[in-house]
Write a protein that binds this ligand. Structure first.
Ligand SMILES: NC(=O)c1ccc[n+]([C@@H]2O[C@H](COP(=O)([O-])OP(=O)(O)OC[C@H]3O[C@@H](n4cnc5c(N)ncnc54)[C@H](OP(=O)(O)O)[C@@H]3O)[C@@H](O)[C@H]2O)c1
Length: 166
């Protein structure tokens, strides 16, 4: 299957995408953007992210959960077993997290939406933070597509040789 992989993520300074298996901010602009960009699509998430959303599928989207485990789901959720299975079986997958999926799918991704969250929140030494993988920022073309007091939303497309990539 010829596939175009897309990723969508929101992060605060330090590329923090999660704290204690949850997201420590609530940003309406980003939530609306996430909904717009994922509705009607095949979304793929890791098992921990699935648990973090209460094991409830996101409506209006075909939900895939990447896991080595077996558990019961409804018909709008499918379990999938490997990165290769996602690439072969899921049409134009949208990777919605968490960090382990962003890390594994980055090399196959041509397009990303990244939201930079401005809001501050406290993190204590015992908190477990989850970080978006480091990636070569200059190899991507960044377009600011939306902005408000809470966040900046960027659309990134991978640059190929001849487009300024080094
Ligand atoms: N800010 C954002 O945009 C955003 C988006 C999504 C999630 N998050 C946050 O990210 C955090 C979770 O991220 P995470 O990295 O800890 O977990 P995760 O990526 O959501 O899930 C990890 C799990 O996915 C399964 N998995 C991963 N790769 C696999 C592979 N190649 N084959 C089979 N199964 C595989 C494994 O499940 P099994 O152990 O069941 O095998 C693994 O334990 C939470 O804090 C969440 O709130 C933030």
């Amino acid at each position: 299957m010829a596939n175009k992989v897309m990723m969508i993520a929101a992060m605060s300074p330090g590329r923090i995408i999660g704290v204690n298996n949850g997201i420590p901010w609530k940003c309406r602009t980003d939530m609306q953007h996430f909904r717009e960009k994922t509705l009607g699509r095949n979304i793929v998430m890791g098992r921990k992210t699935w648990e973090s959303i209460g094991c409830v599928p996101l409506k209006g989207r075909q939900n895939y959960v990447l896991t080595s485990q077996t558990f019961r789901t409804t018909s709008s959720v499918r379990l999938i077993r490997s990165v290769g299975e996602v690439l072969e079986q899921v049409k134009d997958p949208v990777i919605i997290g968490g960090a382990s999926l962003y890390e594994q799918f980055l090399e196959y991704t041509e397009e990303m939406y990244l939201t930079e969250i401005h809001s501050l929140f406290g993190i204590s030494p015992n908190d477990k933070t989850t970080i978006f993988p480091d990636f070569p920022y200059t190899m991507w073309e960044w377009d600011l597509i939306d902005q408000d007091r809470e966040c900046d939303i960027f659309h990134l497309t991978r640059m190929h040789s001849g487009m300024g990539a080094q």
